[in-house]
Design a protein around this ligand. Structure first.
Ligand code: SAH
Length: 342
């Protein structure tokens, strides 16, 4: 709940408004996990809260630490037994957490492990927040930035994601500037227009992965519904409405989308846009047939794009030894029965 929503609840329960602020403080500043510990609230109210509400908490099923780069991947069990992943990464500019927005995904991208078993359900705003709070507790460290790039399609869970961002941003809650948040989408066009209207300071990332409909249709079924031209028009609208640069994600797969022709086609399409391209060596998933591009092909791709005056970065791959790409750990654990390990 946002603070105003909690206020309203308490007023309905016949309580003074300031109790909402006290509860928020216990939750977000002191981080207690039980109403019973909120010892400046009357006992009767603590009991009443206990009966009517619950504080989201997860069971940590697995915690894997990369031997290569120190990336930490968590597999959490939700109150209803579903599983999600969060990945904690250290960069020189601070700690970044990749969080899930849904249990599973219905978008069907052919290279992605998150979608293998389809969509189970949306995550609540509390379940998105708790990934941040519980991971901070596990790591005994702060999360400085968040990427909505874990399991799920955030724009397919639009209302809950907005509510999560509101609470994340609220000074009384986690007080994180949305400048430190990236939201990644496979291209749910109507929701991109909706998001533009919210005019948030976050970075919108578009998982483009192909320069034309022929290739994108083979990789991403969502493209049949919202083809590239429509997607790019929505992106232009987004840039115009918000004044913010868009980031295009492009996962390179050998012989599929990494040829020089692809780079030229992409360069021509994006050359006049306020954007940035992030090239990602595709992370091979056992159930899928995509192979990663060699370093040389990635570099060639990059320099062609730069010839079109497009800022390009190549993503450093982290956590490849701990199944850290979208949905890999959850999918593996589901097969193995999700037993506890560390
Ligand atoms: N549903 C959202 C966010 C989750 S996926 C989206 O599609 O953007 C986060 C990013 O990881 C997306 O760019 C996605 O295309 C990419 N991704 C998924 N599986 C991958 C893999 N095996 N290798 C490289 N990138 C992958």
């Amino acid at each position: 709940m946002t603070l105003p929503q909690l206020c309203e609840q308490l007023v309905q329960m016949g309580q003074p408004k300031f109790r909402a602020k006290q509860i928020y403080e216990w939750l977000f500043k002191r981080r207690v996990q039980n109403f019973a510990d909120m010892n400046n609230l009357p006992l009767a109210l603590r009991n009443d809260l206990q009966e009517r509400f619950f504080i989201t908490s997860f069971v940590k099923l697995r915690h894997q630490v990369s031997q290569k780069d120190g990336t930490n991947k968590f597999l959490y069990e939700l109150p209803d037994g579903q599983m999600i992943e969060s990945v904690f990464m250290r960069y020189h500019h601070g700690n970044s957490l990749c969080i899930s927005s849904q249990v599973g995904c219905k978008m069907g991208c052919k290279f992605c492990a998150s979608t293998l078993q389809g969509l189970m359900r949306n995550l609540t705003p509390g379940e998105m927040l708790m990934q941040v709070m519980q991971t901070e507790r596990e790591m005994n460290d702060k999360v400085n930035s968040i990427v909505l790039m874990g399991i799920g399609e955030p724009l397919d869970n639009f209302e809950n994601v907005l509510q999560f961002l509101k609470i994340l941003n609220s000074p009384e809650a986690l007080n994180m500037s949305l400048r430190h948040v990236s939201l990644s989408t496979c291209g749910v066009v109507p929701r991109i227009y909706d998001l533009a209207k919210e005019n948030l300071q976050l970075t919108l990332s578009i998982s483009l992965h192909a320069p034309n409909d022929d290739i994108r249709n083979q990789m991403m079924p969502v493209n049949r519904r919202y083809p590239i031209a429509e997607l790019l028009t929505a992106c232009e609208d987004y840039i115009q409405q918000t004044g913010r640069r868009i980031s295009f994600e492009y996962a390179l797969s050998h012989g599929v989308n990494d040829t020089p022709q692809c780079a030229h086609e992409l360069g021509k399409r994006l050359s006049r846009m306020l954007c940035h391209v992030n090239l990602i060596p595709i992370n091979p998933v056992v159930e899928r047939s995509f192979l990663t591009s060699e370093r040389k092909r990635i570099e060639a791709f990059q320099s062609i794009l730069e010839g079109y005056h497009i800022p390009v970065t190549v993503r450093r791959t982290l956590g490849t030894d701990i199944d850290a790409a979208c949905g890999q750990l959850r999918s593996k654990a589901a097969k193995e029965g999700g037993q506890q390990s560390r």
